[in-house]
Design a protein around this ligand. Structure first.
Ligand SMILES: NC(=O)c1ccc[n+]([C@@H]2O[C@H](COP(=O)([O-])OP(=O)(O)OC[C@H]3O[C@@H](n4cnc5c(N)ncnc54)[C@H](OP(=O)(O)O)[C@@H]3O)[C@@H](O)[C@H]2O)c1
Length: 307
């Protein structure tokens, strides 16, 4: 093999190694760990609650539906959680974010992990309508308050506690926060914003010598209430299989425990799509538009009906 052949072989070997590399994960490191997870009354958050419980962690979960939280906490205790408690609250309300972190401080005496996972689907409140094209800025406000502002407020409240334990912040983002997907303007905006904010915060923590890790999770289609609600409202879903929420939850927990900068789940969709969209954005955007069967009617903004 000539020089070029060896170089290509080496490049390929490095790439394969990079893709297959999985940082070591010691489940014992989570025994007794003090964890707050938001958005646990269903979906990925509920599954994270069960996994942390199984690892023997002390876990505080949150969401708005108290009845569901009670059921999840009961199951967590059966699964072996050292402690399982809940705070019922709306993360769109600053006082409920404060109550969540304050309760963890009082009950646990500190914090090792803050996993921010909740997401509002106010975007989908209007059947078959994309709220931006409606000019509905109340929906924008609700989306930004719950899906962006609250993440920053929770992180800010928890950082002094995480600093003391060299702890970890885990942010559940989305492929919609890395690549341009249609039909999710407000939601995508908050997920892109989270990536930008927490990437900048990571830099500033390093500059201050603070050893708190930040893991940004790039999540693809997962079989929870979220895609189901999307289908209910828009009458269609992307033509790709949805991954199991329990596996997704485990991937997020492993990434946080290993203090990875980013995790991609399912790797096949999320990593490949994100990297491809960086290399050939226009090609990728047309590919993405193609997996949505739904046509987008021309808005009155362009047809003159509104002017
Ligand atoms: N499923 C997917 O395909 C997918 C893809 C990419 C990213 N993600 C991300 O994964 C995360 C979890 O989503 P999921 O699929 O598991 O959705 P889900 O089943 O709908 O769960 C969302 C959770 O957030 C809680 N929540 C919503 N609004 C809230 C608020 N204002 N205050 C407090 N809690 C609130 C919900 O509980 P209550 O209603 O009881 O408050 C629920 O527990 C989200 O960040 C989502 O963006 C999901």
């Amino acid at each position: 093999m000539g020089k070029l052949g060896w170089s290509l072989f080496l490049l390929l070997a490095v790439l394969v190694g990079y893709i297959w590399y999985e940082p070591a994960f010691d489940p014992e490191s989570l025994r007794g760990a003090r964890v707050v997870v938001t958005g646990c009354s269903s979906g990925i958050g509920e599954q994270m609650a069960y996994h942390y419980a199984g690892f023997g962690a002390r876990v505080l979960i949150t969401a708005r539906r108290e009845g569901r939280l009670k059921e999840v906490v009961a199951k967590m205790k059966d699964l072996g959680a050292q402690e399982a408690i809940y705070v019922a609250g709306d993360m769109g309300k600053p006082e409920d974010c404060e109550r969540t972190i304050q309760t963890a401080k009082e009950k646990f005496g500190g914090l090792d992990y803050l996993v921010i996972n909740h997401a509002s689907l106010s975007t989908l409140k209007k059947k078959n309508k994309s709220p931006f094209w409606d000019g509905d800025m109340d929906i924008l406000h609700a989306e930004v308050t719950t899906n962006y502002n609250s993440y920053i407020q929770l992180a800010s409240l928890a950082l002094p506690l995480l600093h003391k334990t060299n702890g970890s912040l885990v942010i559940v983002g989305s492929m919609a926060g890395k690549i341009a997907s249609p039909f999710s303007t407000f939601y995508a905006g908050t997920k892109f914003a989270l990536d930008g904010f927490f990437a900048s915060l990571r830099q500033e923590l390093v500059m201050q010598g603070v050893n708190v890790s930040i893991t940004y999770c790039v999540i693809g289609l997962v079989d929870t209430g979220l895609p189901a609600k999307f289908k209910e409202m828009f009458g269609f879903l992307m033509d790709i299989p949805a991954a199991p929420p329990s596996d997704c939850a485990m991937a997020i927990i492993r990434g946080g425990a290993a203090r990875q900068r980013e995790i991609y789940y399912p790797w096949r969709d999320a990593w490949v799509a994100t990297k491809l969209s960086t290399i050939v954005p226009q090609f990728f955007e047309s590919l993405t538009r193609g997996i949505y069967p739904q046509k987008l009617e021309k808005s009155p903004l362009f047809t003159g009906e509104e002017n």
